[in-house]
Design a protein around this ligand. Structure first.
Ligand code: ADP
Ligand code: GLC
Length: 492
């Protein structure tokens, strides 16, 4: 079976968070189940730099009024289509925001163009490579199925919600510029609280809706977590299911990680101390004492509870621990964290930035990873933490509640615990969890047991990839379409 995955980011070409990790690793696991995925992604400058002059496969003279072409490369075991459209993507800043951190004003067009190009591929624009199914991710690619249905295509589509907080909401007056009929502004189509929503369009036209954990699948049916989309989802609940994310065991492996000064595994955990020393120096923390290092590698946002971490940092510091925060995001939360760090020189460091090797080093050298999210569709950081022998301290929500086993007495005596969970998700809840972690850290045997159990937990993609493959297969079967075979391959 051939699948076209449509995404605004894919590791290792471009990544701002977990979406890139997932779209970059799931195809490799799917390949082991017989599913062949090609992924289409926008040609941002950082993507184009990595292409080494790949030849164009296809030209678009008028993609929402812009000239564009489609390139193909293979990288890290992935088959990638890159949409080269300088008018939309060749500019400073990141995939979603400009250099000053504001949304690109034409994001509606940038991601609609991606979706339209994907729909054209589904319709057969690439002779020799026609997908049997299309898989879209979040609002940025959600219009793909809208365009496909407008073209009269019935190829099955799966949409995955990675984070329902982002919905692609724009003025309805853009419909003509999107090349869409004005009457798609209706409650059973794109209309959304007086605007249009790309995500809603995707949810209304896809054949299956998945999200990245079963708990989040239940949560988003409620007003609190559904963020306005719960009504739409409740109507289509029969199509909705949660499939928990896996991690790329090759990219995140402490025994081979090229970003770690010293590699280690579950049998040589003691060597983590050498990474800890490098980390301490790198972040300008005092060395020479034995308290735990708690770290957060995260978007610094309300979702991630990073304001709560700022408010509870004193709990860690006063009890002999240290705190590292690495990330970027909401300016006010960045300032709040920096201000608290200013009170604890040598004991708390906040670095604003985004850098893959540093993220790896932090996992390699820290004792605990804190992730106090107010909502968390799946979360990958806690999974990387487990694999790297860092003990996660997490809120009990979404994927965090499914992937970490709280160190309560029963789980400790059953040798099943892997971290600390707290609920309700409040500052006091986090403070209590940090206190519990500090208490267990004081007993090296117990702490080592937690690390050990965490490192042995398995979050590879295999199980989840089988679940995606089963969803794909049932849709392709239902659509009656035979997997298209025997066509001349345009793509090597
Ligand atoms: P989300 O996608 O909501 O941000 P996830 O936990 O699913 O959360 O994924 C976050 C991903 O982004 C992880 O791979 C994490 O290592 C990475 N990440 C977050 N902040 C940074 C940063 N400052 N530098 C490098 N990687 C980061
Ligand atoms: C989103 C979510 C995160 C999830 C990631 C990958 O960014 O916030 O919880 O792990 O997508 O699915």
């Amino acid at each position: 079976m051939k699948v076209l995955s449509v995404t605004s980011e894919v590791f290792p070409l471009v990544k701002t968070g977990g979406l890139g990790d997932v779209t970059g690793s799931l195809p490799k696991a799917l390949a082991r189940t017989g599913v062949e995925t090609s992924t289409i992604v926008p040609g941002y400058p950082e993507v184009m730099r990595k292409l080494f002059n790949a030849p164009p496969l296809l030209a678009f003279d008028d993609l929402l009024g812009e000239r564009a072409s489609l390139l193909h490369v293979r990288k890290n075991g992935l088959s990638l289509f890159v949409l080269d459209c300088p008018a939309l993507y060749d500019r400073p800043g990141g995939p979603y925001v400009d250099a000053a951190g504001n949304d690109h004003p034409d994001n509606w067009k940038r991601f609609a163009a991606l979706s339209l190009a994907a729909a054209e591929i589904a319709a057969g624009a690439l002779p020799g490579w026609v997908p049997d199914l299309v898989h879209t991710h979040d609002w940025q690619s959600a219009l793909t199925s809208v365009y496909m249905r407008e073209m009269g295509l019935s190829t099955p589509v799966v949409i995955t919600i990675h984070n329902i907080a982002f919905q692609g909401q724009f003025p309805a007056t853009l419909l003509p510029a999107l090349g869409l009929r004005a009457d798609l502004y209706s409650t059973d189509s794109l209309e959304y609280f007086g605007d249009i929503s790309f995500l809603k369009g995707g949810l209304q036209t896809a054949d299956a809706i998945t999200t990245v954990s079963p708990t989040y699948a239940r949560e988003i049916l409620t007003p609190r977590f559904g963020m306005g989309m719960d009504g739409v989802l409740n109507e289509r609940v029969a199509l909705l299911r949660g499939i928990v994310n896996g991690i790329d065991l090759d990219v995140w492996d402490p025994s081979t990680d090229p970003h770690l000064p010293v590699t280690y595994d579950v049998t040589s955990l003691r060597r983590k101390r050498e990474n800890r020393a490098v980390l301490t120096t790198r972040f300008g923390l005092d060395d020479g004492d034995e308290g735990p290092i708690f770290s957060a590698v995260s978007r610094l946002t309300w979702q991630k509870g990073m304001d709560m971490l700022a408010e509870t940092a004193d709990e860690i510091i006063w009890n002999g621990g240290k705190l590292i925060v690495f990330g970027q995001g909401d300016h006010a939360i960045e300032q709040q964290l920096l201000e608290v760090a200013g009170r604890y020189p040598g004991r708390m460091a906040v670095h604003i930035g985004y850098d893959e090797p540093t993220a790896h080093l932090i996992h390699g050298g820290s004792d605990a990873i804190v992730q106090p999210s107010r909502f968390e569709p799946c979360g990958l950081t806690q999974l990387y933490a487990l694999r790297y022998g860092c003990v996660p301290v997490v809120s009990r929500t979404g994927g965090l509640s499914e992937t970490i086993i709280d160190a309560n007495d029963a789980a400790m005596s059953a040798r099943a615990a892997t971290g600390f969970q707290f609920h309700p998700v409040t500052t006091d809840g986090l403070r209590m969890a940090l206190r519990r972690a500090l208490h267990v850290f004081a007993d090296p045997k117990q702490w080592a047991r937690l690390q050990n159990q965490g490192m042995k937990a398995r979050f590879s993609w295999d199980r989840s990839a089988h679940q995606y493959a089963a969803v794909y297969a049932s849709l392709v079967r239902k659509s009656g379409a035979e997997p298209i075979a025997g066509l001349r391959r345009a793509v090597p």
